[in-house]
Design a protein around this ligand. Structure first.
Ligand code: MRU
Length: 367
């Protein structure tokens, strides 16, 4: 197991047993750091569906390892083709909005379909899962550098005062493998000695901001303040936000962005206050098949209990308490779509571009 005090990676292969994948079970952060072992493809499907792991790049990587775990199990199945198809379908359905999931599963499927020998299927599939994981780490590191370059004019305007960045949800290393997407420029700035302060939207209903982003930033020693989701507009009107940086779960080829519910409202407030609204994403988060995000991106609807109950630490136990009247109905859309015209720039692993088709195409000409 990794040294818990130094952990800065969300998923890894067990160093002693290559049949086991280890993850941080994020449901218990920031109060408990629990490492979970995934030993079957079903374990990985549950971990994604029930959000032990979450965040677009990380669920893609977990699904890639899930396909590898399925390769270890395939000998127990007579019809190998339908087994792999069943696993792939279940993994893809576990969280529908982030396209990284389907992208990673499809890469594994096309590799597996081209191989006959079961030992080779196992070794090549593990190799691919590790490659996808490494690629995401490299891509996030590049996003950090491109993002920091993009921020330089804003940093210069601050004349040494901290740059105030607002972020929503958790698009940090917990949502990726290392570095994060939206947080990568923040980490890069901090490493370069640039003073920054991060406004962390709590991100109801599951509080990924208050629980996860705040934990990550605290660990890195980056000044930050947790705010209720409704506070960003007020801060922007009073000159307390210099820019917003968020992640993405699926971005159309025209630059519309699906991200955690509430992102759209921040983009509207940012536009009204002439504050740059940046979206950081690796290439794996583009859905090249679609153009209209509002109409075409599937929005996950989750259990309404997540809205009605809130989780926190009581004395030494993590508990859930009911907020609303027990019988009041609640609705729980996981994501919303921010139209491209509200996005100032996309920060990708290939560089920075405008959120429109020609500009995206210049960076990704092969799609
Ligand atoms: O529901 P979650 O926690 O999986 O949602 C995560 C987000 O919305 C992130 O902002 C997004 O996946 C980008 S991750 C780098």
């Amino acid at each position: 197991m990794k040294n818990k005090t130094k952990i800065q990676q969300s998923i890894w292969l067990n160093p002693e047993d290559s049949k086991i994948i280890e993850i941080i079970d994020q449901r218990f952060l920031p109060h408990q750091l629990i490492i979970e072992q995934l030993k079957s493809w079903k374990d990985s499907e549950i971990a994604i569906r029930e959000m032990h792991v979450r965040g677009a790049p990380l669920i893609g990587v977990t699904a890639a390892f899930g396909m590898y775990l399925a390769c270890l199990e395939v000998k127990d199945h007579l019809d190998k083709v339908s087994f792999f198809l069943e696993v792939a379908t279940a993994l893809k359905a576990s969280r529908p909005t982030a396209v990284n999931l389907a992208w990673a599963v499809d890469r594994q499927l096309s590799l597996i379909n081209g191989l006959k020998n079961s030992e080779e299927i196992i070794s090549k599939s593990l190799e691919l899962a590790q490659k996808i994981s490494e690629e995401e780490i490299e891509n996030c590191a590049k996003i950090g550098q491109y993002g920091l370059n993009l921020l330089q004019p804003l940093i210069a305007q601050k004349k040494g005062a901290p740059l105030n960045i607002l972020t929503h949800c958790n698009a940090g290393w917990l949502a990726c493998v290392q570095h994060g997407t939206a947080t990568a420029p923040m980490y890069a700035a901090h490493r370069a000695g640039v003073p920054i302060h991060v406004w962390v939207d709590e991100t109801r209903p599951r509080n990924q901001g208050a629980r996860l982003t705040a934990w990550e930033l605290a660990q890195a020693g980056i000044p930050h303040t947790v705010i209720p989701d409704n506070t960003g507009g007020h801060l922007m009107q009073h000159g307390l936000v210099d820019c917003c940086i968020v992640g993405s779960d699926r971005t159309t080829r025209t630059g519309d962005v699906a991200n955690k519910i509430g992102t759209y409202l921040k983009a509207l407030a940012a536009q009204d206050n002439k504050i740059p609204f940046y979206v950081a994403l690796p290439g794996s988060t583009f859905d090249w098949e679609i153009r209209d995000g509002v109409k075409e991106i599937p929005i996950e609807e989750r259990n309404s209990k997540e809205v009605k109950f809130i989780q926190g630490l009581h004395e030494k136990n993590i508990i859930k308490v009911l907020i609303s009247p027990p019988k009041s109905p609640a609705v729980n859309f996981g994501f919303d779509v921010t139209p491209a015209h509200l996005v100032t720039r996309l920060i990708t692993d290939r560089g920075v571009c405008q959120a429109n088709e020609p500009s995206i195409h210049e960076l990704f000409p092969e799609y």
